[in-house]
Design a binder for this molecule. Structure first.
Ligand code: SAJ
Length: 422
């Protein structure tokens, strides 16, 4: 690699992690190369056009104009970078097993262009051991270089929460763990040039497991309140009142809310990366499995609540009922509907003979449907699945016949016999 590399960082993967990451480095005065296989995405980035919600064109364009960000599909360019940050997707396969094909494909493209003294960092969420057992061998075999001796290798999990404004890529502390102390230090130094706080751990495995703990913690605690919601339904206790009251405890308690299930590309998926790896050690991650069962059961429980509400509130059965699903994105005020519980709920209601539509201003098309206009009077039942802040819940309660609220969105607008809550 030349004495003064043309790029401080090469970010592999122009997604919801990679683009904000490259922009964060560029805004810190660094030179960032963005690499992706999608030439249309790369061409748009080079025109200063962003496809990522968290990065506006106004923010990206000046960085492209002043040469701080260059996008390419050509891995040869990566030779000119000091550090290479890999931020590609790690989904689950159809068999709910880790799918590392994107990481492996990037590694195979990187290996032939890898240069001495480069710093390679994996950011993708994955099982502990991936950096050493999967990424390192492909890079070494394809380059003839040795990790630790000829190039540095580390893992630093992404912590991007799309749509969040209070914590950004720059201000969210970054955990970094290398295969040896020199890799840890050099990778941490790369991030310190652009990110406010960097926390070093001793191995890439520790960094990989750190991220999984963060998201397993959420999945398990969400499952806890989801289980409580089902018990409260039988005990005729308002679970929302209880959760709100518990949240007044200023220490030793973190508040989570029950809901129709777990959506998104992180929380429903990441825990099962650890479950899969733990089997290699004859270990069963029972909390993760149980949380998965409870969370996966929520759409079924919500279907039964809708059935009760129609029965008691309108003397109607689900079969033949006109039901509107209000909000299908996986969480409020975004358009991402990956793994959204709304999909399972729609299928369950359809299987029970209901005529199901949806309304979501953030999601124009969903599950073979287009978003219907919000005309509450048209429906026997309206189920609030995603509580976008733009909805007028008071008006919905006033005009709707039966409202089933899975998000406590109608708080303060309850009407007996009309609004049924989780
Ligand atoms: N959910 C509940 N109850 C809750 C919180 C969430 O039912 O109390 C549901 C949501 O409706 C959604 C799913 O869980 O369907 C996941 O929601 P989330 O708030 O965890 O949001 P995500 O999936 O976008 O998680 C991301 C994660 N970020 C990364 O992985 C880098 C997670 O680590 C963040 O903590 C989380 O955002 C966040 O704090 O918002």
């Amino acid at each position: 690699m030349s004495a003064t590399p043309l790029y401080d960082v090469a970010v592999i993967g122009a997604g919801y992690v990679g683009v904000p990451l490259a922009v964060t480095f560029a805004e810190a005065g660094q030179r960032a190369l963005v690499v992706d296989v999608r030439s249309d995405t790369i061409d748009a980035l080079n025109r200063g056009e962003s496809h990522i919600e968290d990065v506006s064109n106004e923010r990206l364009a000046p960085l492209v104009t002043n040469g701080r960000i260059v996008a390419t599909t050509d891995y040869e360019q990566v030779k000119q970078a000091h550090a290479i940050l890999i931020a590609v997707g790690t989904p689950l396969s159809k068999q709910r097993e880790p799918d590392l094909s994107a990481i492996e494909a990037v590694a195979r493209s990187l290996a032939p262009v890898l240069q001495r003294d480069q710093v390679v960092v994996l950011e993708s969420t994955t099982w502990p051991g991936t950096t050493r057992e999967v990424l390192q061998p492909i890079l070494e075999q394809g380059s003839g270089l040795k990790a630790g001796e000829d190039f540095r290798l580390a893992m630093s999990p992404e912590r991007v929460d799309p749509g969040r404004e209070d914590w950004t890529t720059k201000t969210t502390p970054k955990v970094v763990g290398g295969i040896d102390p020199a890799s840890t230090k050099q990778a941490a130094d790369v991030y310190r040039a652009a990110i406010d706080a960097v926390h070093e751990v001793s191995t890439p495995d520790a960094a990989e497991l750190t991220k999984l703990l963060e998201n397993i913690y959420r999945a398990v605690n969400i499952a806890l309140v989801n289980e409580l919601a089902q018990l409260c339904d039988r005990m005729e206790i308002d679970v929302w009142e209880v959760v709100e009251a518990a949240a007044t405890k200023p220490f030793g308690f973190a508040s989570f809310k029950p809901g129709p299930g777990l959506g998104g590309h992180c929380i429903p998926i990441d825990p099962f990366y650890l479950t899969w790896k733990a089997r290699e050690y004859d270990f069963s991650t029972r909390f993760i499995e149980l949380a998965g069962e409870v969370n996966n059961n929520m759409p079924y429980f919500c279907r039964s609540l809708i059935s009760q509400a129609l029965n008691h509130g309108a003397r109607k059965s689900v079969a033949g009922a006109k039901i509107l699903i209000l909000g299908v994105a996986y969480k409020p005020d975004i358009g991402d509907y990956r793994e959204s519980p709304a999909e399972k709920l729609v299928h369950l209601l359809r299987n029970a003979g209901a005529d199901v539509s949806y309304h979501d201003p953030f999601v124009p098309e969903f599950d073979g449907m287009t978003s219907s206009p919000l005309e509450p009077e048209q429906y026997d039942c309206i189920a609030i699945v995603t509580n976008h802040s733009s909805f007028d819940y008071a008006d919905l309660v006033r005009r709707g016949k039966v409202i089933v609220d899975f998000r406590n969105a109608t708080k303060g607008h309850e009407v007996d016999g009309k609004v049924w809550k989780l």
